[in-house]
Design a protein around this ligand. Structure first.
Ligand code: SAH
Ligand code: SF4
Length: 425
């Protein structure tokens, strides 16, 4: 989501201020740091990044802006933490940044805009492909979140849940496809609740059917699906629509019912497994990925073993896993009971197990043939191409650069931990 915000902002700045992107930081006159506050570590990193500008700014007249979730969280307070920042724009204020930069140029005074708006269609005005060959794009279909999981800062920094109009989404994808895009990833904190707050809007599975009619669009991905709102209609949409990749990111967070309840996730491990088996039994070669939090307050060894059991049962093809990090505003902002050394130990056990499961998937793929959307060539050798399979694995192979941006068939010959190697058919 942040990546997409950065893409949109850079397009917007190019359009409105008639400026150009630079290759290196030292050439830039305007530098904008887009930030994440979902855990403490990336938040700290923002302030060390800003600190790096002390030297760069002293010799030159650079405008420095901070945007995104940390900007939203701190607002004006950033100016009291550092004098290096010229403007601060919150998550709903990207469209104002060109004007903010003009104001800074005139007045050289720090400006902060962190207001929330109910409707933020204005954020979705300048999406473009994110890959070098213009074949893949992100499309935000909704903003914000109102689930208030007890550990999470997102509802406080991204605001209320708001679904964009389906015809605007459709038109945006149509425009992207006309530009050459073949694959879109629909974005939302919980895409399964798309349209649910409106009596006139279609549901998420209906949205998938609608956009799948767009000619020239070959692949549809989406993230993130919240398990509590994952219904049978979505299982059948994935099964029935060829363009929708048979891959679902379904964050479980923990395998322990006690912890899931404390997290306020709204499902039990049994509910989750029911949905998993619905997917597995209905869709051939479905691939599931997930997110885990380890060391959540009051997580015992037994709770952690429940998480390990889920990983062994579902056999996620890959997962993101994090140590619990207390976040301001959330219910649990003051609670952090599990020792860091235990968190670290559990994270390592879980990540080692995940690595072995991922490697097994990769080994099992040797000899199989995949449709690959070619999205890059190696910097070292022009003949080395790379692309992604339907389940988003990286596949490297030898081929001509004329294949960039196209679909090709590749037979897998070698398996590694983080990628596959194959031969062009
Ligand atoms: N909306 C998505 C998640 C968005 S945040 C969902 O509900 O699935 C991305 C991931 O960051 C979460 O799935 C969770 O695993 C992790 N995360 C969020 N808050 C966290 C915290 N306080 N500590 C550690 N990990 C956290
Ligand atoms: Fe955070 Fe929960 Fe919303 Fe996901 S669903 S963004 S974890 S509050």
């Amino acid at each position: 989501m942040n990546e997409n915000d950065s893409i949109q902002l850079s397009n917007l700045l190019i359009q409105k201020l008639n400026i150009e992107p630079t290759k290196t930081l030292s050439d830039a006159d305007i530098v904008i740091i887009n930030t994440c506050s979902v855990r403490e570590k990336p938040e700290h990193k923002v302030f060390s990044e800003i600190g790096r500008f002390a030297k760069i700014k002293s010799g030159r007249d650079i405008i420095l802006g901070v945007i995104g979730c940390v900007a939203q969280e701190y607002g004006q307070k950033i100016f009291s933490k550092t004098s290096l920042v010229d403007f601060v724009a919150g998550t709903h204020n990207i469209h104002l940044i060109p004007d903010m930069i003009s104001d800074v140029l005139k007045n050289r005074k720090g400006i902060a805009n962190i207001a929330f708006y109910d409707k933020i269609e204005s954020l979705n005005i300048a999406t473009s492909p994110y890959d070098d060959y213009g074949v893949k794009a992100y499309v935000s279909i909704m903003q914000g979140c109102e689930n208030f999981c007890s550990y999470c800062i997102v509802p406080f920094v991204r605001g209320k849940e708001y679904s964009r109009k389906s015809h605007d989404i459709y038109n945006e994808i149509l425009r992207l496809v006309q530009m050459g895009v073949k694959e879109v990833t629909l974005l939302g904190q919980n895409v399964n609740s798309y349209g649910k707050k409106s009596s006139t809007e279609i549901s998420f599975p209906e949205l998938l059917y609608k956009i799948s009619e767009i000619k020239g669009l070959d692949r549809i991905r989406f993230t993130t699906s919240h398990p509590k709102d994952f219904g049978d209609d979505l299982v059948y949409a994935i099964k029935n629509i060829d363009k929708v990749c048979n891959q679902v990111h379904l964050p479980i967070q923990s395998g322990s019912n006690k912890i899931l309840k404390l997290m306020k996730r709204g499902y039990s491990r049994e509910d989750y497994l029911d949905k998993f088996y619905k997917l597995k039994d209905n869709i051939v070669d479905i691939r599931i990925t997930t997110d885990f939090i380890v060391g959540f307050p009051y997580e015992t060894e037994e709770d952690f073993q429940d998480t390990i059991k889920i990983l062994n049962e579902v056999k996620y093809i890959s997962s993101f896993s994090f140590k619990y990090s207390p976040r301001p505003f959330s219910d649990n902002s003051e609670i952090d009971t599990v020792d860091d050394s235990i968190k670290r130990k559990r994270l390592k056990i879980l990540q080692d197990l995940q690595k072995s499961i991922t490697l097994q998937y990769n080994k099992d793929s040797v000899g199989k043939i995949f449709d690959i959307l070619v999205d890059s060539s190696s910097k070292k050798s022009q003949e080395e191409l790379s692309g992604r399979s339907y389940d988003n694995r990286i596949v490297n192979f030898k081929g001509d650069t004329s294949l960039l941006g196209k679909f090709v068939k590749v037979k897998i010959t070698q398996a590694f931990q983080n990628s596959l190697r194959g031969e062009l058919l």
